[in-house]
Design a protein around this ligand. Structure first.
Ligand code: ADE
Length: 224
């Protein structure tokens, strides 16, 4: 999978995309991520990417020209499945959407900043708008990082143990159960006997029951 990120703040991506599982996925060439700096697609002395909104009001709006130039230059090189704009008024990201996007080959993720982007970009270039939750961020960059992370871990081969993905919270419509590792007793707290039993059926029953209990206690809405 290839992901092209379009942003006015490319440095925000340096750390998070160069650690842990995403770093490994890039090394193994299962994932290619390119971050494009909007200022490179400007032609004025000051490399202006934003301007005041028509009609007045606070905040700045990202100008259409650099975004069109950047995205159209990408689209001239390959076909993209979606141009995703990260925005608080988009559809709310769910595991189902992440599953769906993980099957795509080429994605563009466009990050807004300040008051957002000129609406003509949304009308002509954007094919999907995603929010990571009902709260407002300073820009789409952190949202793009969340989206990349949720998608990347689902790309085949990125996480070795495919079965572990299927048991994640939300994948079965349930939250995940408590997990334990060695030692079997720590500061008088014992790991449940069922998990130490070595009996696969007993373990599975315990896990399923605790997924249900946790979902009932924390997220009743998932059970309906
Ligand atoms: N930009 C600002 N807030 C956002 C949110 N909640 N999700 C995605 N992009 C955003």
């Amino acid at each position: 999978m290839r992901i092209d990120v379009v942003t006015g703040f490319p440095k925000m991506f340096r750390g998070p995309l160069n650690e842990s599982i995403i770093r490994q996925a890039k090394k193994k060439n299962l994932l290619q991520i390119r971050v494009h700096y909007l200022r490179r697609f400007t032609h004025d002395k000051h490399k202006t990417i934003d301007d005041t909104p028509f009609g007045g009001g606070a905040g700045m709006v990202l100008k259409p020209e650099p975004i069109f130039e950047c995205i159209e230059s990408l689209q001239a090189k390959r076909e993209y499945d979606d141009v995703i704009y990260l925005t608080a008024d988009g559809e709310t990201l769910t595991q189902k959407i992440a599953n769906e996007l993980s099957l795509k080959s080429n994605l563009i993720m466009l990050c807004g900043h300040y008051k957002g982007i000129d609406d003509r970009v949304r009308q002509k270039l954007v094919t999907r708008e995603i929010s990571i939750g009902d709260y407002v961020l300073t820009g789409g960059e952190t949202a793009a990082l969340v989206l990349i992370d949720t998608i990347a871990r689902l790309v085949p081969g990125v996480i070795g143990d495919a079965e572990s993905l299927l048991s994640d919270s939300f994948q079965e419509g349930l939250l995940d159960c408590p997990q334990y590792t060695r030692p079997a007793e720590f500061r008088s707290m014992k790991v449940p006997d069922e998990l130490l039993s070595g009996n696969h059926k007993v373990i599975e029953r315990w896990r399923h029951q605790h997924k249900l209990d946790r979902t009932k206690a924390r997220r009743k809405d998932l059970l309906s």
